[in-house]
Every structure is written in C-alpha cells, then in structure tokens.
Design a protein around this ligand. Sequence first.
Ligand code: ADP
Ligand code: MG
Length: 243
Amino acid sequence: MENVIEVKHLNKSFGTHEVLKDIDFSVSKGEVVCIIGSSGSGKSTLLRCINLLETPSGGEIIYKGENILDAKHDIYKYRTKLGMVFQQFNLFNNHDVLSNCTVGQIKVLKRSKKEAEEVAMKYLKIVGMDSFINAKPKQLSGGQKQRVAIARALSMEPDVILFDEPTSALDPEMVGEVLKVMKELADTGLTMLVVTHEMGFAKEVSDRVVFMDKGVIAEEGSPDQIFNNPVQERTREFLKRTL
Ligand code: ADP
Ligand code: MG
C-alpha cells in the first residue's frame, strides 16, 4: 500500500518535557487510522507535528518520498495537501458558510470564485449543509459547525484529513450526525487520521487503531486486535477505563 504520510523517529519536546518519543508511524492511501489514548499522551501534538503546526524536535516526515522537514522543502504546498478538523471547529466567524469553504481555495489554491463555489457546494451537499450557505457560524449548532468545518477541509481536496477529537466539544445529541458524516467519508475511500474518544467509531470505522501512552505508540493493530485482544497491559488498562 502506498503511504500518504510516513513518520520516522519523530521527537517533540517542549523545553525539557519530551512529549513524543521516537514515533514511527504511517498512513496509507485510503486508510482510516484512529488514534486513541489518555489525555496528555501526545495525540494532538502528533497531529500538529504532522501538519507542521508544531515543529518536530527530531525525526522525519516523509511525503511523496521526501522528508518535508528538509530545509529546501516547500512546507506551504505540503500543508495544502493536509486537511485539518479541530475540536473547536475554528471556522471564520465573520464569513458565511459558503465563504468559509471558498476562502482557502481562492487564496491558497488560486481557484476562481466560481470554481471554488462549485467545489464548496459539492462538499456542503455531502455533509448535508448546502441549505445553510448564507448562515454565519454563530447561527449554527455545534454539529452543523463541525460539518461545515469538514466540508471546508474537503473543499481543499487534500490527500488526507486529520481530525483532532472532532466530536469532543459537541453536545451529546450532536455527536451522531458528525460521526455519520465521517463514516460516510471513510466509506468513499478518503484517507483519514482521527484522534477520538469515540471507541464505537474507532471499532466500527477504522482500518487500524493506534494506542498512544506517554508519548509513545504503545500498541497498534486492527480494531479487532486492539479492542478484543490487546497485547499490552497498558492498552487493557486504558480500555477498561474508557469502555
Ligand atoms: P493529547 O492530545 O493526547 O491530550 P497533547 O498532545 O495535547 O496530548 O499533549 C501532550 C503533552 O504535551 C501534555 O503534557 C501537554 O501539556 C504538553 N503540551 C502540548 N502542547 C504544549 C505546548 N505548546 N507547550 C508546552 N507543553 C505542551
Ligand atoms: Mg488532544
């Protein structure tokens, strides 16, 4: 399987605090990988290193056969190939729904307004938000905001979308609508890397589950292996606490 992203010996420290320790990890095309683990285990930092919102302290991030941490590399171009969906939506509050989904396309991808709007409409339909194009984020529920954020990420047509706890800030009744959209996207073959506390989603939708503990990948495997037959004691302990 072709790797979309490969991380080798990745380290990240904040001061003397080593948050990621020698992480080796990859995501292949069309794969859905869920990252689970306790709060503080380094899940967000790993995603933020992968999309270079944080600068890794060491290691390599291989994209299309090249280490994008090499100084010569165009990290801006690389970043456009990665979509990101955050816990707190991070929509542009002064833009309406349609404009939230076009502004990046126009500014970064240099698409015309007309083309950007066509692309945005395509993805807003997929997430079921096409009848809200003139609404401002503050008029939307949390679940609706997150679906717009997903459409915005899709509109950039990235190679992979990174989700950082996309349902953790939602009222419980809105979690389902967002997970449903994510499951539909997974079924279309989108490459997805998802940090989540939704064990049902991880079990049902992912191809592979990665369990992080204290800055290392403690165990990874198929959902069946991780949830039904974990090898590591700390995986068992974590699952006992969360299931
Ligand atoms: P998770 O997403 O698994 O909850 P994080 O990646 O957010 O974990 O955090 C891992 C550790 O790194 C935590 O101890 C956190 O306090 C620390 N950390 C994260 N970001 C920063 C930062 N910008 N400065 C200092 N410490 C940080
Ligand atoms: Mg986090």
